[in-house]
Write a protein that binds this ligand. Sequence first.
Ligand code: NI
Length: 189
Amino acid sequence: MAILKIARMGHPVLRRPADDVAEPTAPEIRALANDMLETMVDAPGVGLAAPQVHVPLRMVIFRVPLTEVESLAGGDAPLTVLINPVLEPQGEEMEENWEGCLSLPGLRGLVPRYSHLRYHGLGLDGEAIDRTVDGFHARVVQHECDHLDGILYPQRMRDLTGLIFESEMRHVIAETRAREQAQAEAEEQ
Ligand code: NI
């Protein structure tokens, strides 16, 4: 196991489409997944794509709650290793929310993503993974799999005024709170 160097925006490996993993069950793919996990935990992050550690292969890892019960329980979400993923947005509905990326350290962006997503691919034992998910889970998978096509989240943004430094997020939080409070007061009247 090793902590790998993370490629940052501007490195060509983040711009090129990645190649299919020819042998998902090969020992070197498992070793890569282990190194990616260690790198992601160290960073820390909730997801990481192989191109981010300078390996142009179609493989992502992420840790998100798989069910609402898990989400409420808190703690470490289970790890998914997803190889050669295929994404199928379910419907046209999209939602905007804040994202960060280990390849754009210190930044946050307001990014539209499909609300409902089916994705399928293979796990490390060659087993089929096929899930239909929503919200945060769907967002993480879309973000990570974009890395496999050479796309970083600012390229998905509709309005670059939503690209800010993480250190300024407190202003966004304060503005959101003030807006929600004003809304609640308006509803009371
Ligand atoms: Ni990313």
